[in-house]
Ligand binder design. Structure first.
Ligand SMILES: [Zn+2]
Length: 204
């Protein structure tokens, strides 16, 4: 998985799906230019959406090009996760609202559970991994993130770009970090939000 740095969900289709040749992306392992190679379908904002797959013909490895602000394996965006984190785990319903998740009356429990799972995912191990990469700052992983990339909204999107450019480590979102964007098959299988097919999207 490689991030489409600078290209968020709202522009992704025009750059990577309906446009002409895709921007040149280097392979995270060998730097060869990745070639367009089919499609990866998953839910984005509840809609089944095509993402680009690309392949490194040197490493013989395929990657999905992930919009800059989209979490891997979750139908959630990094700014929404950040808004929930700012409210804090002790106020789960308020955090869910801050994340912009809307629910019908009988779905509130599921919406809150979704956000609680984010908090659980940012555990001590995640904290330790991010802190090890942000050694020029002090504090928790989120405090260090803001010290390094700035504290205005969008810090997690900027953290993803920073980690990728400096360390070739991909911030997936609540699912953690992966060096070179390489993810394990069990993560792929465990996600309810995606499946992989090679049919192109209908762009008419
Ligand atoms: Zn490669």
């Amino acid at each position: 998985m490689v991030p489409a740095l600078g290209v968020c969900c709202n522009e992704y289709a025009s750059v990577y799906v309906t446009g002409g040749p895709i921007p040149a992306l280097p392979c995270p392992k060998c730097a060869a230019v990745l070639q367009a190679h089919g499609w990866h379908w998953r839910f984005v904002d509840g809609l089944f959406t095509a993402l680009r797959r690309v392949k490194c013909w040197t490493c013989i490895k395929t990657h999905v090009v992930l919009p800059a602000d989209l979490c891997a394996y979750r139908d959630a965006k990094l700014p929404a996760v950040e808004a929930a984190l700012d409210v804090g785990a002790v106020h789960p319903t308020a955090a869910t609202r801050a994340a912009g998740i809307r629910w019908d009356h009988d779905e509130v429990a599921e919406a809150v559970r979704k956000v609680r799972r984010w908090f659980v995912a940012f555990d001590a191990r995640f904290d330790q991994q991010v802190r090890a990469l942000l050694t020029d700052a002090e504090g928790t992983w989120l405090e260090r993130t803001r010290a390094v990339v700035g504290s205005s909204p969008g810090a997690l999107v900027r953290l993803r770009a920073w980690l990728w450019e400096k360390h070739r480590v991909l911030l997936l979102g609540p699912t953690g970090l992966r060096r070179h964007g390489l993810v394990r098959d069990d993560l792929r299988r465990a996600s309810p939000d995606l499946c992989i097919v090679t049919a192109p999207p209908d762009t008419t």
